[in-house]
Design a protein around this ligand. Structure first.
Ligand code: HEC
Ligand code: HEC
Length: 331
């Protein structure tokens, strides 16, 4: 095709227009864009978090109606989700299959979520027990009482928390909670086994014994370190007050007369204490000493036997605690 002069001018003009139009896209404009086709672009609505005077609380975002269950979140199987049966009693059977994989998963999760307080073997000697955190010590999983807890109650400790232990419901999903429960049971069995039963398994007993001796040595060294850290000879109510906080006593005992998880310390010294076997004792120094180092020996009536033993405290520390308790008068 041969271009005439006229068609060349037209072509150039067209190209210029095209270039001008295309270049428009790169330009900024404060004006709203032109919408030849409006559709539902502009409509009356409330944005998220916007105020809405229609409702009493002026919120435009409405909470779901009470009892609403999100799709896929109906948890009818309470044995699985809450560890209880329809009477509200703790279950004592696993609602999941206990497999080797589940146990290893449980070990992995336990080491992440529980060791810092309960210790690697479940002896309650996690890092919080160094005493500098003022946290309630975790009980040993190998105490007779804890060994007898039904599975559902261990599950519940994770799901609901227990007394001063917080719930780990939002950190640990359902299947993992049961994996941890299974692992806790495995730990309990591992620490309470006789030599004859061990021999039935293919394990290196000499190596286990060696590891045990090393662990005992480590604990003994820790004990010694603590003993050096306690300035010997110093016993005072003031020190006792600090120890009371450092050891998390205040999480279970008030000093103002109100009962908490444990009885109040106000006015305790010299008072008559009723025990759960029906007998009474006078709360003298000897009784206080025993209550702190071996709380299971005499349990106060009306309270559960859940106080951890503070046997790792030095005599000076315990005597300071006693001096402090003696200084707390009845309100
Ligand atoms: C922050 C420290 C901490 C962590 C982490 C922790 N616990 Fe505890 N746990 C405690 C304390 C403290 C108690 C004792 C609470 C009390 O008696 O007031 C306790 C008590 C328990 C009990 C005993 C309940 C009873 O009736 O005596 C079980 C079982 C338990 N925890 C399981 C677990 C498991 C499983 C995990 C890991 C998912 C875990 N805990 C993580 C601190 C912790
Ligand atoms: C996990 C909660 C808990 C913690 C932590 C705790 N106690 Fe207790 N304590 C109890 C409970 C429950 C009782 C009552 C049952 C019993 O006698 O074992 C009790 C009983 C006592 C008693 C006897 C009181 C009475 O009326 O007979 C003394 C004394 C005592 N605790 C001191 C302490 C001291 C000191 C600390 C800190 C070093 C401490 N407790 C930490 C729960 C706790």
């Amino acid at each position: 095709m041969k271009f005439t002069r006229h068609s060349r001018v037209t072509l150039t003009a067209l190209m210029l227009i095209a270039v001008t139009l295309v270049s428009c896209r790169g330009q900024l404009s404060d004006k709203p864009p032109v919408h030849p086709q409006q559709n539902m672009y502009f409509q009356e609505r409330f944005n998220a978090q916007q105020e809405n005077p229609f409702f009493d609380d002026n919120r435009s975002m409405r909470p779901p109606v009470a009892g609403t269950v999100a799709r896929g979140a109906l948890r009818e199987n309470i044995e699985l989700y809450e560890g209880i049966d329809e009477d509200g009693d703790f279950v004592d059977e696993f609602p999941v299959d206990v497999t080797r994989d589940l146990l290893y998963r449980g070990q992995d999760r336990y080491d992440i979520f529980c060791t810092m307080c309960h210790g690697g073997t479940g002896d309650g000697q996690g890092i919080i027990m160094t005493g500098q955190y003022g946290y309630v010590p975790a009980p040993s999983f190998h105490d007779a009482r804890v060994r007898e807890l039904p599975l559902g109650e261990i599950y519940s400790a994770i799901y609901n928390g227990v007394r001063t232990m917080p719930s780990y419901r939002s950190q640990i999903p359902v299947e993992d909670r049961w994996a941890i429960v299974a692992y806790v049971r495995a730990l309990q069995q591992s620490q309470n086994i006789d030599e004859e039963t061990i021999r039935e398994f293919d394990v290196d007993i000499a190596a286990l014994q060696e590891a045990h001796i090393q662990e005992q040595e480590r604990l003994a060294a820790l004990e010694e370190e603590r003993a050096v850290a306690d300035e010997p000879g110093e016993v005072s109510a003031d020190l006792g007050r600090q120890l009371f906080t450092q050891n998390g006593c205040q999480a279970c005992h008030s000093i103002d007369g109100s009962p908490m998880i444990g009885p109040t310390m106000a006015g305790l010294y010299g008072s008559e204490v009723e025990l759960d076997d029906g007998s009474t004792v006078t709360a003298d120094e000897e009784y206080l000493y025993e209550s702190i180092t071996d709380p299971g020996a005499s349990v106060t009536a009306g309270y559960a036997n859940v106080m951890p033993a503070f046997a790792h405290l030095s005599d000076d520390e315990i005597n300071s605690l006693i001096e402090y308790i003696k200084s707390l008068e009845d309100e």
